[in-house]
Write a protein that binds this ligand. Structure first.
Ligand code: B12
Length: 480
């Protein structure tokens, strides 16, 4: 008897073995996280990978998923009594007029296998039913499947109804006739052509949403015109190089891709718009629009798909007055930088005082607290030895003062003027995460930094079942 037998049972599509081995482990007192993560979920991850590579086919995926379910059915009732929370809640169904459910069932089972709570509405589901159920269970994502071209418009109707009602649900679409172009046209948040891709996408969407406060938001900082090579790519509109940078960052775990064309005075709106379109043509990720210029931001927003982040508003009067009307009453994410006309704050109290004014100003202008990312402003440790501690105190204080808010920073300033800067930056990130920091503007291609973040998040209790940690381990992302 071992967890490996559960894993093998799923890989061999053997429902009975899986059920009996799970039961034995439960009776022996093995912890449920291990049964799930090392047995059932690990096997379904492997099955998904083999399916994507063409080594397994639909009937085999279905059988594996059935076997996994046999084990899950034993574990599920026991989870109710623990603090274990699912990775997210997904409402899924085949859209109105459509009775095909094989693909939808595969997606639902893979999602369940990946730790999501899945509410399956079956087939022939109209927009009102999707929305009513999602509201009832506070879903994170609504997944719609269609196999008939004639039923695809129902997806559009559902997405439209969600947007018009200002509801927070992410939407994902799929099924043989559905394409990325269709998904973009109807304004869905994502599309995948297979079940493992659907799982990956749901994880990303929930991570990017971050509003449930349990996942790190990583903003990839590399597409910045002040970097010499990147400035050149932007000037010559070299889409290939920009898209390569976007893809690399996205694949390394960035949830937002920062776009900055700040050095091009007079041409910033044009270049920022081009950057936004170019990045989003390559990756299914929102952008962090990095500019203090409302004209450039407006131009970029006009072409942006999904919910962008504005980086950043501050308490500096000129900046505040022009950017506030742009974000007021919207669902945009906003970085609120703790900077005022009095200069850079030094103590945690000064930071908190600025944060207080910024957050109150934003909220009273219709920006939701969960869309605000306060940046307490990192200052170089080399210039004052308590700059690190004051920043950390501010992070803690901001989370305490404004429940549901996010904090975010670009942290490389901390090591300015010191040697071994990467070590300083990585260590500082871990300390800040321990205080509640849940957003970082960084180079996601720094593998050690990403590994440290993964470990710190698990240690800070923000990684249900340590699933992200285990996944990173299996993907060999922790051995850096
Ligand atoms: C099986 C089947 C049926 C079965 C369905 C059984 C069932 N329980 O589902 C039955 C016989 C009932 C059926 C009925 C009909 N069918 Co039929 N059917 C098929 C068939 C052969 C396979 C579909 C399938 O299951 N594929 C396998 C699954 C795994 O693939 P998938 O659904 O695409 O799912 C994958 C991805 O797309 C993705 N995915 C799926 N959903 C989602 C959701 C999200 C959110 C995400 C991210 C990803 C995702 O992940 C899945 C796993 O990798 C297709 C032909 C074909 N080769 O596609 C025709 C087909 C879809 N059917 C078709 C038609 C016309 C019909 C009928 C109208 C036939 C008729 N004249 O009665 C009826 C319609 C009934 C209705 N109102 O829905 C046409 C559709 C043509 C069109 N352009 O619209 C097709 C293409 C056949 C054809 N070439 O003409 N059908």
């Amino acid at each position: 008897m071992s967890i490996r037998d559960i894993y093998n049972g799923v890989m061999e599509f053997d429902e009975d073995t899986v059920a009996s081995e799970v039961k034995k482990e439960v009776d022996a007192g093995t912890d449920l996280d291990s049964i799930l993560n090392e047995g059932l979920i690990a096997a379904m991850d492997e099955v998904g990978a083999k399916f994507s590579e063409g080594d397994l086919f639909v009937p085999e995926m279905l059988m594996a998923a059935q076997a996994m379910k046999a084990g899950l059915n034993i574990v599920k009732p026991l989870l109710v009594d623990t603090d274990t929370k699912p990775s997210g809640k997904v409402v899924i169904g085949t859209v109105k007029g459509d009775l095909h459910d094989i693909g939808k069932n595969l997606v639902a089972m893979m999602m369940e296998g990946a730790g999501f709570e899945v509410i399956d509405l079956g087939v022939d589901v109209d927009p009102e039913t999707f929305i009513a159920k999602a509201k009832e269970v506070s879903a994170d994502v609504i997944c719609m499947s269609a196999l008939l071209t004639t039923t695809m418009p129902s997806m559009e109707a559902t997405v439209k109804a969600i947007k018009e009602a200002g509801l927070p649900f992410k939407t994902m679409v799929g099924g043989a006739p559905v394409t990325k172009a269709f998904s973009d046209t109807i304004g869905a948040d994502g599309y995948s052509d297979d079940a493992p891709g659907a799982v990956e996408l749901a994880r990303k969407l929930i991570a990017a949403e971050g509003s449930k406060g349990n996942t790190m938001i990583v903003v990839g900082e590399l597409i910045n015109a002040s970097r010499k090579a990147v400035g050149g790519y932007i000037e010559e509109k070299n889409a290939e190089e920009i898209q390569k940078l976007a893809k690399e960052q996205y694949e390394a775990g960035a949830t937002f891709i920062d776009v900055n064309a700040g050095i091009f005075v007079g041409k910033e709106p044009e270049y920022l718009t081009w950057l936004t379109e170019t990045v989003q043509a390559a990756v299914d990720a929102p952008c962090s629009i990095d500019s203090p210029d409302p004209k450039a931001i407006e131009a970029a927003l006009a072409v942006h798909k999904g919910t962008a982040m504005i980086n950043s508003i501050s308490l500096e009067r000129e900046r505040y007055d022009v950017l506030l009307p742009l974000v007021a009453g919207t669902d945009l994410k906003v970085v609120a930088l703790c900077m005022s006309d009095d200069g850079m704050p030094e103590t945690s109290e000064e930071r908190l005082a600025i944060a207080d004014k910024l957050v109150n100003g934003l909220v009273s202008n219709g920006v939701k607290v969960e869309n605000i990312f306060v940046d307490p402003l990192v200052q170089p440790l080399s210039t004052r030895s308590d700059f690190g501690v004051e920043f950390l105190k501010a992070v803690e204080g901001i989370h305490k003062a404004f429940p549901g808010i996010h904090t975010m920073c670009g942290l490389s300033n901390i090591s300015y003027g010191l040697p071994a800067r990467k070590l300083m930056n990585q260590t500082f990130a871990v300390m800040a995460i321990a205080k509640g920091l849940d957003g970082l503007i960084i180079n996601p291609l720094d593998e050690r930094m990403m590994a440290q973040i993964t470990a710190a998040e698990a240690l800070a209790g923000r990684d249900n079942f340590c699933m992200k940690y285990l996944k990173a381990y299996r993907a060999k992302k922790l051995e850096v």
